[in-house]
Design a protein around this ligand. Structure first.
Ligand code: NAD
Length: 458
């Protein structure tokens, strides 16, 4: 992993003064998740007077958060939740938006703004849809304006969804917490009442078994560690050539390694057999293994094109078919005290290159856009079993993959986002752990970016 010397310098007293006076980027030290730390270090103001805003305030109170409807002009606050779920025309946006604006200067470092609103596609009324889309635009713009490591994101509620649905609480908690340190300008859609809140928020994956492909290093190793920390038993998978590193990660997470090339025709079946033999169950699959073979399309050769498509998307399609056809993975079982049920979870790695495109990456971007398409097309099958499938699209993440980028290009790439720094593998892993957790059971078919609001592309 390449060192980010600039961010280190910018956080010294001299660096802070210098970067400020020269108008240079000021990357803040981000608040990251620790099971021991409070959910959010300070007061949370909930704006809006709908039933949904009341339900959200109650939910926060049940987590012992210092929740307020109003604060004094000088009081420091840690987050604002702005609830817009009843807006019917763009004129309705003013009150809550301007109240929110009046609070921004009171936000501390690594603060959070979360907007909550109904799905624009849920209404055919032009004024109502305009108002709802308006929340999206203001949230994205505010994310660009946040300072000192603060983020702004939205939670989109399906048209008739009850505000007490567990998925709303799950998304709220993820966005307030340090788990979402590198997620900004993004939206989490909660479309069903599926899912449940864990008894112990520090071990949301207790009792579950997860397979992580490409787990010998980089983002995959981090995913294995974080799923393990959250209570899951982990099966790290990687190619035989990465056996030594794979064994090391497996030891760390007290898991059982599986050496496997995911492009093999029997890869899916071997994963199922391994899980059945060692644990008797499989709950979560993380398709993380991926490769780049960059070349301008004018110079692209068949081997570069075909290997990237084979590893990054075709293997996932082939394995999913096997997983979804198997009763062993593809079952749903009762969970929680409220009679809910939980089914299989799949999380796949896309990339911001698959959203915005990237010079030299036609092959990689085709495979990663492919992942986004695959996830949305597979969602109905998973939801029918009370399961979910989602993708995570990382932006610039500090790994061995990105350490190979020449210095100047790397320095530009890591500053080109609203947080002025590269993300860490654990930022991607925390988002994956959230999507795999019972509390995210209402979210499926989504691609969530972990990119610090990368300025390139959508
Ligand atoms: P990495 O190269 O550090 O690790 C990838 C792992 O996948 C390696 O251990 C490798 O051995 C394994 N792998 C490759 N082909 C395999 C195969 N056929 N079968 C089994 N294992 C195989 O990459 P990373 O940076 O940790 O990236 C992980 C994922 O995140 C990839 O899908 C990548 O495309 C995606 N991603 C990374 C970034 C970034 O900035 N690093 C950005 C966007 C997306």
């Amino acid at each position: 992993m390449a060192k980010d010397t600039y961010t280190e310098f910018a956080n010294t007293p001299l660096g802070k003064r210098l970067t400020k006076s020269l108008g240079l980027p000021q990357p803040a030290k981000l608040r990251r998740y620790s099971p021991q730390a409070p959910l959010i270090p300070g007061t949370v103001v909930v704006l809006g007077d709908s039933a949904a805003s009341e339900a959200i305030a109650q939910q926060l109170l049940s987590w012992d958060v210092d929740v307020r409807r109003h604060v004094g002009a000088k009081e420091k606050i840690a987050a604002v939740v702005a609830v817009f779920d009843t807006v019917a025309t763009p004129g309705d946006l003013s009150q809550v938006t301007l109240e929110l604006g009046g609070l921004l200067k009171q936000l501390g470092s690594s603060s959070r703004v979360i907007t909550v609103y109904r799905d624009p596609a849920g209404t055919e009324d032009p004024a109502a849809r305009a108002a709802r889309k308006g929340v999206e635009g203001l949230t994205r713009s505010l994310a660009h304006e946040m300072r000192a490591g603060g983020t702004a994101n939205g939670i989109i509620l399906e048209e008739n969804l009850d505000a007490a649905a567990p998925g709303i609480a799950g998304a709220l908690r993820f966005l307030l917490s340090g788990r979402s340190a590198f997620v900004s300008g993004q939206f989490i859609t909660v479309s069903s009442v599926n899912g449940s809140l864990p008894a112990d928020w520090s071990r949301p994956l207790e009792g579950q078994v997860a397979v992580v492909t490409g787990a010998a290093r980089g983002i995959g190793a981090s995913i294995a560690r974080i799923l393990h920390r959250d209570g899951a038993q982990v099966i790290p998978v990687d190619i035989p050539a990465a056996g030594e590193q794979l064994a090391q990660v497996t030891n760390e997470v007290s898991g059982t390694a599986l050496q496997l090339d995911i492009t093999a025709a029997d890869a899916g079946q071997r994963i199922l057999d391994h899980a059945e033999q060692h644990y008797g169950r499989l709950d979560i699959v993380v398709h993380n293994a991926g490769i780049t073979r960059d070349k301008l399309l004018a110079n692209m050769d068949p081997a570069r094109w075909e290997s990237v498509i084979a590893v990054n998307i075709e293997s996932q399609l082939r394995m999913n078919k096997i997983f979804l056809a198997s009763e062993f993975f593809s079952r749903s079982e009762p969970i929680g005290p409220d009679g809910g049920s939980s089914g299989p979870r799949i999380v796949s790695l896309a990339s911001t290159s698959g959203i915005a495109g990237n010079r030299g990456q036609t092959n990689y971007a085709a495979s990663k856009s492919g992942v986004i398409g695959m996830v949305s097309a597979t969602s109905a099958q998973l939801q029918a079993r009370h399961g979910t499938i989602n993708a995570v699209a990382p932006g610039f993440i500090e790994t061995e993959m990105t350490a190979k980028i020449p210095f100047a290009t790397r320095e530009v790439a890591r500053r080109l986002n609203s947080l002025n720094q590269g993300g860490r593998p654990e930022d991607v892993a925390e988002t994956i752990a959230f999507l795999a957790s019972p509390a995210a059971g209402g979210t499926s078919g989504l691609t969530l970016r972990v990119c610090g609001q990368n300025l390139v592309g959508a």
